[in-house]
Design a binder for this molecule. Structure first.
Ligand SMILES: [Ca+2]
Ligand SMILES: [Ca+2]
Length: 247
């Protein structure tokens, strides 16, 4: 069952063979700053996400991570986006790898916080009272209303924030289990942010959370578009990490 409403479905996704993901690319962000999500939580199961139009039912789409030449966690494409060095694993020489800096909201290309990086901007949504960081060069577009926002890269990968009313006034756990048709929650799928607790899909490409009043379900989703290479998974993690509910 799709987790997103029909109108808001990304135009691509599918049955994802998680075993095909290259876990090596996920393990290069060890840091003393903070414990980062374990790669073990990212690539263990096969789940159905949304129903793609272009991929016949039953066809498995293998996703993999983009090239990371210096093995610092960030793909080469992400390094270009952030002006960090694609062959320097610690561009600013502060002892923390570029990948660790990004997902902890520090600037991999220089001193200080990520907001000091001119390639990163703050998006604020007043209607639903949230904000998050995103790549400045990405195109933002509203799809129908303020409840469906798309951040799109130049090579047509995208990260969406979709907000649905909590029509049955459920707790997040109950809503999630109903959406996935499951009876128990895998504790490894729990995620937390600066001021929220959430749940993720097993492939870590979908994050779900509610506002404090539990009026809405916020879904953050990363899709590589029509491609199969995840070039911006760390950008997605950065956007999730920076996601801030005002109230
Ligand atoms: Ca890299
Ligand atoms: Ca560094």
């Amino acid at each position: 069952m799709p987790l997103l409403t029909e109108n808001n479905q990304p135009d691509q996704a599918g049955e994802i063979d998680q075993n095909a993901l290259n876990q090596d690319n996920l393990t290069a962000t060890e840091t003393e700053m903070e414990t980062l999500p374990s790669s073990d939580q990212i690539a263990t199961t096969t789940i159905a996400t949304t129903t793609p139009e272009a991929v016949p039912e039953g066809t498995e789409l293998s996703l993999r991570f983009g090239a990371d030449s210096d093995n610092d966690g960030l793909t080469d494409i992400e390094e270009i986006l952030l002006s960090s060095g694609a062959i320097e694993l610690d561009t600013d020489g502060d002892g923390y790898t570029d990948g660790a800096e990004l997902v902890n909201l520090y600037d991999p290309a220089g001193t200080g916080k990520l907001t000091a990086n001119s390639n990163i901007s703050l998006y604020e949504n007043k209607t639903f009272a949230y904000s998050l960081l995103y790549p400045s060069t990405w195109q933002t577009s509203i799809n129908g209303g303020d409840d469906s926002l798309m951040f799109k890269s130049g090579d047509n990968q995208f990260i969406q924030v979709i907000i649905q009313p909590n029509v049955n006034e459920q707790e997040l756990d109950a809503w999630y289990m109903e959406q996935l048709g499951i009876l128990t929650i895998n504790e490894a799928d729990r995620v937390s942010g600066v001021n929220w607790q959430g749940l993720k899909s097993s492939d870590s490409l979908n994050i779900y959370l509610m506002d404090k009043k539990q009026n809405y379900i916020f879904s953050l989703t990363y899709s590589p578009g029509s491609g199969s290479v995840l070039e911006y998974f760390n950008i997605f993690k950065m956007m999730v990490k920076s996601f801030n509910l005002k109230d």
